[in-house]
Design a protein around this ligand. Structure first.
Ligand SMILES: NC(=O)c1ccc[n+]([C@@H]2O[C@H](COP(=O)([O-])OP(=O)(O)OC[C@H]3O[C@@H](n4cnc5c(N)ncnc54)[C@H](OP(=O)(O)O)[C@@H]3O)[C@@H](O)[C@H]2O)c1
Length: 216
């Protein structure tokens, strides 16, 4: 059993990671600005409330963990702030020795080996560009981190998101830096199946200091 804290653990991706970690019997904490309603809480999970941009709160959140997962999204007032918070998490991971996982976007994935990033394609939606480029910077920060920092990062399929929820099917494929598509050209993963992949990585590390992608 590991002690796992999910920053953004009440969001679309983070809540699924929290639920799957609790289902597997880990000691789980979810941190966010607002606690979920009582009927939305997962039994056994500790819900911590505060802002990740508050250094005192962040310090309390990172203490005494085996794994910290960042599932914050750079939207609204957090645009430009997630990179700052994740840089703090890198620094804490270096000092405290926990494993750091980050949920990134698909925009930093390549269309093909050596090809452009999805976020650099003319067809990439303007509305998602800021978020995609910020999470690409988080990936660059992780890659440039001191070698002692044990991190992994996950880019979900390009069709992943609260706008396209789906059932947990219990399977997924893993790729590297190139976006994964199915035989119809679709790239999708549900939050539940992304969470399976993340907990599998937590329990059996296969991507130390690497980014991987997950899709059907
Ligand atoms: N297809 C794609 O590439 C794709 C699609 C969707 C998401 N993503 C990525 O997946 C990751 C998670 O996205 P998501 O859609 O799951 O996000 P989300 O649903 O917006 O959840 C964000 C979480 O962070 C919390 N939060 C926000 N600001 C905070 C702060 N200052 N302090 C503490 N907690 C804070 C929110 O709760 P409170 O508001 O209560 O604080 C919530 O729990 C992001 O990196 C995003 O870019 C990628």
């Amino acid at each position: 059993m590991a002690r796992i804290t999910v920053l953004g653990g009440t969001g679309y991706a983070g809540a699924a990671v929290v639920a799957e970690a609790a289902r597997r019997g880990h000691e789980v904490r979810a941190a966010s600005r607002r606690a979920p309603e009582a009927d939305q809480r997962v039994a056994g999970v500790a819900y911590l409330t505060g802002s990740a941009t508050d250094p005192v709160f962040l310090e309390s959140v990172v203490a005494e963990n085996d794994v910290v997962v960042s599932a914050l999204s750079p939207r609204g007032p957090m645009l430009g702030q997630v990179r700052v918070v994740d840089a703090e998490l890198i620094s804490w991971a270096d000092r405290l020795g926990f494993r750091l996982g980050a949920i990134l976007g698909a925009g930093s994935l390549l269309t093909e080996p050596g090809g452009p990033r999805l976020a650099d394609l003319p067809s990439f939606p303007d509305a998602a560009k800021g978020e995609a480029l910020e999470m690409a910077e988080v990936l660059a920060d992780l890659q440039a981190s001191p070698v002692g920092v044990d991190w992994f990062a996950v880019s979900p399929a390009s069709g992943f998101g609260a706008f396209a929820p789906g059932a947990t099917l219990g399977h997924y494929r893993v790729g590297g830096d190139v976006v994964l598509t199915d035989e119809s050209g679709n790239s999708h993963i549900s939050a539940g199946d992304l969470a399976l992949a993340i907990l599998d990585e937590v329990e059996r590390p296969a991507h130390r200091r690497q980014r991987f992608t997950v899709a059907y």
